[in-house]
Ligand binder design. Structure first.
Ligand SMILES: Cc1cc2nc3c(=O)[nH]c(=O)nc-3n(C[C@H](O)[C@H](O)[C@H](O)COP(=O)(O)OP(=O)(O)OC[C@H]3O[C@@H](n4cnc5c(N)ncnc54)[C@H](O)[C@@H]3O)c2cc1C
Length: 448
């Protein structure tokens, strides 16, 4: 019998992280898990220890406790995007305020909500099991905030969309949102109770720590080569190799570094800054709140209460990096923009500077679908977070685990109907188009 031809997928690059994440810096020092050394075997190898990879591992453990699962994380858990995001695990789609409230749009939005709530259910189960307090996992909801007439109109329209979906929400006028935020900057707000706010680095560390034998997590163990075929694969790291029948590729944009989804993933970074701790008495309002902008591409703001004082997080700016690597120049430019946004919103905190600044990579697809499915016999992709990856990448991981185990679920049913990611324009048009598009949308967001 002819053996299938051996295939080799070698990583052309490995992830790097720009800047220092305040979320990691706020936590006590942590002992990294060991790196993979020597030769071994596993029933499943998961490449990537972010939301997608760790959620897939968790789901497999929930379904079949006997499977030996190995998770390989290139760097340290929590240092990449999953541990350096703004911590919103959002349940509602960004664009329910569509012109068309017809049956198809409503059905699509309901499915998007179902996907998100499946992800939130996994996160909530871990939080309950690990007995996390509200500093790690807080089901407090979020605000969407406006700063302009256009933003106000957008919130009203979005609220109409939520009403059509039967989703709970509350519109707030300028006074109502000022009572929450302690600042007079916002012209209106919309409260949505279903979002969970996490300390993202603590959440992702805790998710990794919740995995029990026979699930093993290795850090500082980048997969550099996948070779084999016909459902028999060897994954090589700098110090080890592991043979397996099944792989879940959960390394988001770096799937393309192995040649998968070539020219189908748009490598967009976003950026955040966090202030020093300040005396909570300096700012009225609630000590913990989280707000996304009314208009897409605007500025996200969070106030985080801590034992040593409170901090403000500002997340703003998007930039495109075809090589999935961003330098300190982009970090500095994003930081300057954060300072402007911060001083416009918190004039009374002018003497409280930013302490940490960082950025992180996301992988978007042209048609906003995940890069998902069995891409080679025995290799399952859970990539293409499309921005809101705390939710979507978690769902990608759950769905990939279900698909790999042949388990029919609502997620596999919905995911089976997604199109494949569409090819992006050729270079240099892709870079020119992506940069122009991001610049235009940021300009449209204006002060928001
Ligand atoms: C500043 C910022 C704020 C954000 N805010 C939010 C938010 O509030 N809510 C939200 O939903 N989303 C937010 N995001 C986006 C979110 O963080 C991502 O969508 C999410 O992390 C994607 O999850 P993932 O598991 O697919 O990928 P990642 O989190 O990127 O995880 C992939 C992992 O794979 C590893 N890896 C890569 N290559 C290899 C390899 N060869 N071998 C082994 N491991 C490898 C990486 O090191 C990484 O740990 C934000 C992002 C940033 C940067």
């Amino acid at each position: 019998m002819n053996r299938p031809a051996k295939k080799v997928f070698a990583a052309s690059r490995l992830p790097t992280n720009t800047g220092v994440s305040g979320w990691v810096a706020m936590l006590p020092p942590r002992q990294a898990k060991p790196r993979l050394a020597g030769r071994s075997t596993a029933d499943v190898v998961i490449i990537g220890g972010g939301f997608a990879g760790l959620s897939a591992a968790r789901r497999i453990g929930d379904i079949d406790r006997s499977l030996r699962v190995t998770v390989l994380e290139a760097g340290v858990i929590g240092d990449a995007a999953a541990g350096r995001n703004s911590g919103f695990i959002i349940d509602l789609p960004h664009d329910v305020s569509s012109e068309d409230y017809g049956g198809d749009t409503i059905a699509k939005n309901r499915e998007a909500i179902e996907i998100s709530r499946t992800a939130i259910a996994l996160a909530s189960a871990v939080a309950e099991e690990q007995r996390w307090g509200r500093t790690i996992f807080d089901p407090c909801g979020r605000y969407s905030v406006a700063i302009s007439d256009e933003g106000d109109r957008h919130l009203v329209k979005y609220a109409e969309g939520l009403a059509a979906l039967g989703e709970r929400h509350q519109l707030l006028d300028a006074r109502g949102i000022a009572d929450i935020t302690g600042v007079e900057t916002y012209t209106s707000g919309l409260f949505m109770p279903g979002t969970v706010m996490v300390q993202p680095a603590a959440y992702i560390h805790g998710l990794a720590d919740s995995l029990r034998d026979p699930v093993t997590v290795y850090e500082n163990s980048p997969a550099v080569r996948i070779e084999g075929g016909g459902g028999e694969w060897t994954v090589t790291t700098p110090h080890g190799a592991i043979s397996t029948g099944r792989i879940i590729l959960a390394n988001n944009g770096h799937a393309e570094s192995f040649g998968f989804f070539e020219s189908r993933l748009l490598h967009v970074f976003t950026w955040a800054s966090m202030t020093r701790a300040f005396d909570p008495g300096r700012l009225c309002g609630q000590r913990n709140w989280a707000a996304t902008p009314a208009l897409p591409m605007g500025t996200t703001v969070r106030r985080i209460a801590g034992e040593r004082g409170d901090r403000i997080l500002v997340r703003s700016r998007y930039s495109y990096h075809a090589g999935i690597e961003a330098g300190n120049g982009t970090l500095r430019r994003a930081g300057a923009k954060h300072d402007q946004k911060y001083s416009a919103r918190f004039p009374t905190l002018a003497d409280v500077p930013m302490e940490y600044r960082w950025g992180g990579a996301m992988a978007l697809t042209w048609n906003a679908v995940p890069a998902f499915g069995e891409i080679e016999r025995g290799i399952f992709a859970a990539c293409g977070c499309n921005g809101v990856g705390a939710t979507k990448a978690t769902a990608n991981g759950i769905a990939a685990a279900d698909l790999m185990l042949g388990r029919k679920s609502r997620l596999t049913e919905i995911f089976a109907r997604f199109e494949a990611p569409r090819p992006l324009p050729m270079q240099p048009f892709r870079t020119i188009g992506a940069k122009a598009n991001l610049a235009f949308k940021e300009w449209r967001a204006g002060a928001e």
